[in-house]
Write a protein that binds this ligand. Structure first.
Ligand SMILES: *[C@@H]1O[C@H](CO)[C@@H](O)[C@H](O)[C@H]1NC(C)=O
Length: 322
């Protein structure tokens, strides 16, 4: 090969891999350690850009059978993840009515994540958290007191706000919860929910939380429903320097008929990887929904093993290895 052709090949080879994306199962806490946020990027203990890829647990009160150590190990070993999101239900029989039972589930999966070298996002999974601020503050105070010294832990203060205003309602709520967490944990990453089911990262970019370190903002999407317009909106927020974490995404269309959309999923992953964004897939469960990763009655010790994956689960596990 002549030198000119060789250098062209080198340039092409480099330019197709400008993201940090790789098999997430190899990129765990023992390697990357304490995370931090700088500009729009998530960094590891050495100040290098890091990408987390993994799975979200399904609603804790409806699928508690997947909130255990065996499943968490499977999420690392077989789902090829370096992060898991613990989507702890607040309403509908969740934390508000069963705080002890829900806390126990959260503690079980946090301890399993630490044992399996995974990052874990503790998610206050509801849509009206601003009306339960005192309960959220108390919950995050307890969690951060118990686990805030581990680099594994991240906090997600509010899953999906709906129509609440960012500046007058959501931002003050997040600031109250952040204050409670920071009293116990000075530096682990805190991810805050954004308006309209965690899509309006543009509103947060106009009025971000100030005087705090290691804050990220949530973006959620379902690939077949939320398309280029949402990527464009999010890109605008990133270009303004907003650090985004995709704590929930589905491969499917959630309009009327519920089906997996591989083409739009690929577009979303390409976009997320090109921005080094981290993401956790909805969800580890065996329910009859296109976004479920597991086939019906998947045993907890078979989570993400090849014979037990749905169409969506297969796509996601392959993506986590790229
Ligand atoms: C993603 O990370 C890689 C490796 O650190 C870096 O070269 C690239 O510029 C990053 N991309 C963006 C959009 O920040």
């Amino acid at each position: 090969m002549n030198p000119a052709v060789l250098s062209l090949v080198v340039i092409l080879a480099v330019s197709v891999n400008l993201s940090v994306s790789k098999d997430a199962a190899q990129e765990t806490v023992s390697k990357h350690g304490q995370l931090s946020v700088k500009g729009a990027n998530l960094l590891n203990k050495n100040g290098e850009i890091v990408q987390l890829k993994g799975m979200a647990l399904y609603w804790s009160q409806w699928k508690p059978q997947y909130w255990n150590a065996e499943t968490i190990q499977g999420i690392h070993d077989s789902c090829h993840s370096n992060v898991v999101r613990a989507s702890m239900a607040v309403e509908y029989g969740g934390y508000l009515t069963d705080p002890e039972g829900q806390m126990k589930l959260v503690e079980t999966v946090v301890e399993a994540a630490i044992a399996n070298d995974l990052y874990i996002i503790v998610d206050w999974h509801e849509e009206k958290a601003d009306t339960h601020q005192a309960e959220a503050v108390d919950f995050f105070d307890k969690i951060s007191k118990k686990y805030g010294s581990y680099p594994n832990i991240m906090y997600e203060t509010f899953n999906e706000p709906t129509t609440q205003a960012w500046s007058s309602t959501l931002k003050p709520y997040h600031e109250a919860v952040i204050k409670a967490i920071r009293a116990n944990d000075p530096d682990n990453v805190i991810i805050v929910g954004t308006g309209q089911w965690s899509q309006r990262v543009d509103e947060a970019a106009e009025d971000p939380i100030s005087d705090q370190i290691n804050i990220m903002y949530t973006l959620h999407y379902y690939a077949g429903t939320h398309k280029q317009w949402l990527r464009d909106l999010a890109q605008g927020a990133i270009d303004k320097g907003l650090p985004i974490f995709i704590t929930e995404y589905g491969t499917d269309n959630v309009d009327e008929v519920n089906w997996v959309d591989p083409e739009e999923s690929a577009l979303w992953w390409t976009w997320a990887d090109s921005n080094n964004l981290s993401y956790t897939n909805w969800a580890i469960c065996d329910v009859n929904e296109a976004s479920a990763a597991l086939i019906a009655d998947t045993p907890t010790d078979k989570v993400c093993q090849a014979d037990y994956l749905t169409e969506s689960g297969k796509l996601v596990v392959a993506q986590n290895q790229k």
